[in-house]
Design a binder for this molecule. Structure first.
Ligand SMILES: [Fe+2]
Length: 235
């Protein structure tokens, strides 16, 4: 009986497990054992996005900056777990903020690497299919979309992101800014494309010319991945 019960329990649990892993992750991947966040590998060589994003920038950005967000998120979650055990919440505000900042950084960078591809080999060009249809339906035209997105990216105050979100409640796409990794966030929508406009993302090549970086970045956008992100959310 116990074997039969185990089998039935496993069979009942299987669909939930399968459905959880069937959808591709837009941002950070599930952790192998659920205990710590890990830095994902770049999906291409560090020099693959040249000349638009140089290899040194990619290497430092991934191995130093993104790695620091992963470490910071793990640290924040460890400290919050300790607080739950000790009951000492004197630093709850600090660690809650750290969890949001580093968690935002880890998720957004995990998405960022995936929504780019080498120019002419998956990167650049115009979107097609569902993602193009959604862009036209939400913004009127592809040109109107890129104009608004670039303007939002160029105008982020200080460090941050321009993000294309999918809002599941009405099926619309919207463009939002994020300061740092998380501020100005809305609710009920999920980023499916984003550009990092922290200076660490472009300064070695473009110095203070952020608009040149934003213009060049369109040459490496991986539209197939963006469409997959949209579809994974039911769009
Ligand atoms: Fe970054």
């Amino acid at each position: 009986m116990s074997t039969r019960r185990s089998f039935l329990a496993a069979a009942a649990a299987a669909p939930a497990v399968l459905s959880m892993h069937a959808l591709p992750a837009i941002g950070a991947e599930p952790t192998p054992d659920g205990t710590a966040h890990v830095l994902p590998a770049l999906p291409y060589a560090a020099d693959a996005l040249e000349p638009h994003i140089d290899a040194k920038t990619m290497t430092i950005h991934h191995s130093k900056h993104h790695a620091a967000y992963v470490a910071g998120l793990n640290k924040a979650e460890e400290e919050l777990a300790k607080a739950r055990i000790s009951g000492d919440y004197a630093l709850i505000q600090h660690w809650s903020k750290q969890a949001a900042f580093h968690g935002g950084g880890h998720w957004l960078h995990s998405m960022f690497w995936k929504v780019m591809a080498p120019p002419g080999r998956g990167g650049g060009g115009k979107p097609t299919g569902k993602i193009m249809a959604a862009i036209v339906a939400s913004f009127g035209s592809y040109d109107a979309f890129t104009a608004q997105f670039s303007a939002a990216a160029n105008a982020v105050e200080g460090s941050g992101w321009a993000l294309l979100h999918y809002r599941q409640s009405d099926g619309k796409l919207l463009i939002l800014q994020a300061e740092n990794q998380h501020k100005l966030s809305s609710w009920g929508s999920t980023p499916i494309l984003g550009i990092d406009v922290w200076e660490h993302a472009y300064y070695l090549t473009y110095q203070n010319r952020r608009a040149d970086y934003v213009k060049a970045w369109w040459n490496v956008v991986n539209w197939a991945q963006v469409e997959q992100n949209l579809v994974s959310l039911g769009g």
